[in-house]
Design a protein around this ligand. Structure first.
Ligand code: ADP
Length: 437
């Protein structure tokens, strides 16, 4: 650019000097004519190269860039250089895109790139097979016009993409698909689709196996337990010297029966894909029932109080919810030493309904809290066994709450006590209107 400016400067200066010399040696008119002709020629030259540039811009092919003359030689050289750099970048970008598409096509999972309006920008072959798409025809089509499954359309609209969803394939009813949306860039989304039919089969086999084994064990255990109990009740049937062993047998069969009942409950809840019943549960009645059960279990060893918000009820499956909430109450009693205090409450918090059980019992160390809802996870095995625990209570609670879109919150401090809360979303709340006369 510096060169161009200097060239223009020297050219202008030379012209002015020539005109001045002409004026001095001839007349001012001749000098003016020379000046005008020179400026006109200069302008025509520029217009010519501007026209060439305009022609080239309509078809910008690298080897057709004009050579130019004077300042235009530099302009066209700079343009040539820029154009070459740009083509090089473009080649690199398209080869990177090609490599990405190759890699994405080789993935076993289906991948669909969606734009901000949820239209298909690109998809790989497994996505075409799993979702029944055809990229050639369906490019730029909204995904919800092509994948019309109600659950998927709902998932797309809720914009809560933390968890994937599972759907029965509409192309093959025996197959199950797991679909996850991942937002990226400026409101774009990546749809990842996996065929989880095999995993689902294994999971169902595992659940059925546990349910069947538990079911098969229930009858012989009931028979053995029943006989032991009858023998213990019959006068003289059990000699005093062996009564201790019989008592132990009765304790252990009772424990095994409880374990089997819990396993059956868990597998029943897990395999039940249907939404829970949607009955209105009168919470003040349920809270009183929980208090009575708690008092019976505590046998006067604890100070138990309840605090129920009036006119606040719940929608859900009564039996399931009663079992989950009473589990939290019985844990509080079992893990709080004699003389401890237990507070059961039901109230509103930030548009959500919260059932909580607070105790000042043994508490739990922070490191165990995240694992408490795992099956058979017990902080202290001997203590759990001593108090008649199976290690399945909290996993049953968590499953029941998840079925009701509720969450289990656990706050605890070792030696100071715990608070277990079931937090229900506003969709599950029934608030009765109070009529004032
Ligand atoms: P368990 O039948 O052993 O009680 P749960 O699944 O109900 O099994 O509870 C898992 C573990 O969580 C228990 O073994 C116990 O260590 C701990 N826990 C549950 N509730 C309480 C509580 N209120 N206070 C202290 N620890 C608790």
């Amino acid at each position: 650019m510096e060169d161009i400016r200097w060239n223009a400067f020297w050219l202008g200066l030379t012209l002015i000097v020539i005109c001045l010399v002409t004026w001095a040696s001839t007349t001012a008119t001749i000098a003016l004519i020379i000046f005008s002709v020179a400026v006109l020629t200069y302008l025509i030259g520029h217009l010519y190269w501007l026209h060439q540039l305009n022609i080239w811009l309509k078809k910008p092919v690298l080897n057709l860039i004009p050579n130019g003359s004077g300042v235009w030689e530099d302009v066209f050289a700079a343009l040539h250089h820029e154009h070459r750099r740009h083509s090089r970048n473009q080649t690199q970008l398209s080869s990177a895109l090609g490599r990405f598409r190759h890699a994405a096509s080789a993935l076993p999972d289906g991948v669909v790139v969606l734009n901000a309006a949820n239209e298909i920008e690109w998809c790989n072959p497994p996505a075409e097979v799993q979702l029944g798409l055809d990229l050639k025809q369906d490019e730029n089509q909204p995904i919800n016009y092509l994948v019309r499954h109600a659950d998927f359309v709902n998932y797309l609209q809720t914009q809560d993409y933390i968890e994937p969803i599972k759907l029965k394939s509409w192309r093959n009813p025996d197959a199950t698909l797991e679909i996850q949306l991942v937002p990226f860039g400026t409101k774009q989304k990546l749809l990842i689709c996996r065929d989880v039919t095999q995993l689902e089969k294994i999971e169902t086999m595992r659940r059925d196996f546990i349910a069947n084994v538990s079911h098969e064990l229930r009858t012989p255990l009931t028979v053995v337990g029943g006989f032991v109990e009858t023998l213990l009740d019959m006068d003289g049937a059990v000699p005093e010297s062996t009564r201790g062993y019989f008592n132990m047998m009765q304790e252990q069969t009772t424990r095994m029966r409880r374990l089997i009942e819990d396993l059956l409950t868990l597998s029943h809840i897990e395999s039940n894909a249907q939404a829970p019943d949607d009955n209105e549960i009168e919470m003040s009645g349920l809270m009183n029932m929980l208090l009575n059960d708690a008092n019976a279990l505590s046998q006067g060893k604890h100070k138990i109080s309840i605090n129920t918000e009036p006119n606040l009820d719940l929608r859900g499956a009564p039996e399931e919810l009663q079992s989950a909430l009473s589990n939290l109450v019985s844990n509080a009693i079992r893990y709080t030493p004699r003389g401890g205090e237990i507070e059961i409450s039901w109230s509103m918090r930030n548009y959500q309904a919260v059932f909580s059980v607070k105790d000042n019992g043994i508490g739990i160390e922070q490191k165990h809290i995240d694992r408490l809802t795992e099956r058979f996870y017990r902080v202290d095995r001997s203590r759990s066994r001593e108090t008649g625990g199976t290690g399945l209570g909290l996993s049953i609670v968590k499953h029941i709450l998840t079925r009701h879109q509720a969450k289990l919150e656990i706050k605890s401090e070792l030696d100071h006590g715990s608070t277990f809360s079931a937090v229900f979303p506003k969709e599950r709340i029934v608030q009765k209107q109070v009529v004032l006369f």
